[in-house]
Ligand binder design. Sequence first.
Ligand code: ADP
Ligand code: 5GP
Length: 209
Amino acid sequence: MNNTSDAPDRTGMILILSGPSGSGKSSIYKAAIGGLGGIEFSVSCTTRQPRPGEVDGRDYYFISREKFDSLVAENAFAEHAEVHGNCYGTLKSELLGRIQRGIDVLLDIDVQGAAQLRALCSDSTEFCEACEFIFIMPPSFEELERRLRARGTETEESILRRLANAKGEMDHAHEYDHIIVNDDLAHAAKEFTDLILGLRNHPKRRRIV
Ligand code: ADP
Ligand code: 5GP
């Protein structure tokens, strides 16, 4: 902060990251987030089962379908969608307080959820200015399949479903503000870091004091 009030120097950004399952979204942000500071991950709700090593409240809020439906009824989600046969949603409470405090929030969400947030942009200039849409592309479909299999987290059925959905998801890449091709991970993570640093310094984000 360098102004005289308690207000942050700028409103935080809502960084919306999408890409097919296995494209490397979580690898990229985990490699980049530590070095950036001032950025927090939006923990989504999901009805899918935790993978080995995933922690409730850190990776996701793992909830029942009944609980998910009650949160939808309460209008608690900024966006929500069914993806690869499970429900996922971003709680409003993950976003607004943080950006008002000048903290950037990172969302790992699918193309349907991103489209819902893009639609909200037409209702609010403030919200629109906070959002940046980033798409992570695999270098090829064959490499995507190799990585998804090598990750070893999915059943064969889940792998096939995720690959079947990948082509349709990649058709939406042009709707995003930025596209990063994840060929070499270190290179993609640097590109992601440099992008965020550049966006933070963009004149439209600076508070005029
Ligand atoms: P997503 O979060 O998009 O589903 P992950 O980050 O889990 O994807 O990456 C899928 C798999 O591919 C993981 O096993 C990860 O270690 C591996 N991976 C990610 N990026 C690369 C890369 N650039 N080169 C090789 N393997 C990668
Ligand atoms: P996974 O099961 O591999 O963790 O995630 C599957 C897909 O769900 C990914 O494309 C991921 O981006 C998406 N996803 C995760 N959380 C959310 C969310 O809150 N909303 C939406 N719409 N998609 C999500």
